[in-house]
Design a binder for this molecule. Structure first.
Ligand code: PMP
Length: 428
């Protein structure tokens, strides 16, 4: 028995399913999750002392590699002054100023502790601002575990939502309408059928949560226009894409400006941080400036702000990071494509910058139905073949890979080689 296997058995006795977040349990791919002991730069090490090349990177935050020294240094400095005050600090002001500088659509911002908190708050604010109850989300987009977001699409765009999880009330589900990603017509129909009732449309401007799915030309612009025409608040959930696809996130890359933006992951440098922000007239209704309540004892925590500030300052001052990330993403995608050709497979790769997914399907993937056509048992075999070769991938087909700048040219070649061998092995 490996140490990870022992720990997993122990964990299952005291933690539901043995993990503190479901995907970690390896349910989608089978086997035992690796229990992680440490990580540095491009590598992660498990409790059995094995080394893996990191392509999860804490699901996004470790964009500069693990234990990046300026972030470590900032945390070391910060802990000398105690860990939490529950009071305003200079650092959170600097953090807000830096976010506003990097993401121009954000005029005012509120710090929270996770992506989930950010999206929950953003829709409350949109509802408070518009005086409307319903929201539109897209099938396959994930916005954290807030009740309003755990809604399945049902059969077709006009179907009312039904809860995806026991515990979400039917009443909540009825206020969440869903449409297929990249389908403007479905959104238009929902708006027409619910005239003057839609508070917000929330979406991942590039999806990471059904695997990586890109907006088709005109989709984001079309959503922006519909929101303008109907007085709907447009929320870009940039928890994954923020500070990753560009300094200013996907909105900078695609040139489409949302009203509100939700952020997480990189913004905390690995600490539990999220934020939501946007137009000043909207954000000014947040308590205590306005009537929409939202609070947090640990929000703006000084250690978390120090880590996040060090991370964002580095990104802001080193635009070459983004050129490097695009280069790494592009080389991996090209290498993976070559591997597919060698294996005689016609599968789909979606990539933008440092986000990409190899979908085990020969359909092009532009929405959740396409993504669900993947050969999932094949993905499971591929995942374990990669792991055996020392490459740590997200343990689900419905995730994006997140590369860091710590991935050297040699490591990129190793990953490409491992992909080629793993595809062959998985297809046998
Ligand atoms: N929004 C998006 C787009 C996400 O990818 C995630 C998490 N992966 C969340 C929200 C929720 O963030 P958290 O897990 O920090 O609550």
């Amino acid at each position: 028995m490996t140490t990870s296997e022992q720990l997993f058995e122990q964990a299952k006795q005291v933690i539901p399913g043995g993990v503190n977040s479901p995907v970690r349990a390896f349910r989608a791919v089978g086997g035992t999750p690796l229990f992680i002991k440490s990580a540095k730069g491009p590598y992660i090490y498990d409790e059995d002392g094995k080394q893996y090349i990191e392509l999860i990177n804490s699901w996004g935050p470790m964009i500069l590699g693990h234990a990046f020294e300026p972030v470590e240094e900032a945390v070391r400095e910060a802990i000398q002054h105690s860990f939490s005050f529950g009071a305003p600090t200079r650092k959170e002001v600097e953090m807000a100023e830096l976010i506003i500088d990097m993401v121009p659509s954000v005029e005012k911002v509120r710090m929270v502790n996770s992506g989930t908190e950010a999206t929950m708050a953003a829709i409350r604010v949109a509802r408070g601002f518009t005086g409307r109850d319903k929201i539109i989300k897209f099938e396959g987009c994930y916005h954290g575990h807030g009740d309003s977001f755990l809604i399945a699409a049902g059969s077709g765009a006009v179907t009312m939502g039904t809860p995806d999880s026991p515990g979400v009330t039917k009443a909540t589900a009825l206020d969440t309408l869903t449409a297929p990603y990249n389908n403007l017509q479905a959104v238009e129909m929902l708006i027409d059928n619910n005239a003057n009732q839609i508070a917000a449309i929330i979406l991942e401007p590039v999806v990471g949560n059904m695997g990586c799915v890109l907006p088709e030309p005109g989709f984001l612009e079309g959503i922006r226009t519909l929101c303008d025409q109907h007085g709907i608040i447009l929320i870009f959930d940039e928890v994954m894409t923020g500070f990753r696809l560009a300094k200013g996130g996907a909105q900078e890359r695609y040139g489409v400006t949302p009203d509100l933006t939700t952020m997480g992951k990189i913004i905390g440098g690995g600490m539990p941080v999220g934020a939501y922000g946007g137009r000043a007239d909207i954000m000014n209704i947040v308590s205590p400036a306005g009537p929409v309540y939202q609070a947090g004892t640990l929000s703006g925590n000084p250690i978390a702000m120090s880590a996040g500030l060090a991370m964002l300052r580095h990104l802001n001052e080193h635009p070459e990071v983004y050129t490097r990330l695009d280069g790494i993403g592009g080389r991996l995608a090209d290498g993976f494509r070559a591997g597919l050709v060698k294996a005689g497979l016609n599968y789909t790769i979606n990539q933008i910058g440092s986000m990409f997914t190899l979908f085990m399907t020969d359909r092009s993937v532009s929405n959740f139905v396409d993504a669900k056509s993947c050969d999932l048992p094949l993905f499971g075999r591929y995942f374990h073949a990669m792991l055996k070769r020392g490459v740590y991938l997200a343990p689900s087909q419905f995730e994006s890979l997140f590369v860091s700048v710590a991935l050297t040219d040699d490591l990129i070649e190793q990953v490409i080689q491992a992909n080629e061998e793993s595809l062959m092995e998985a297809c046998q």
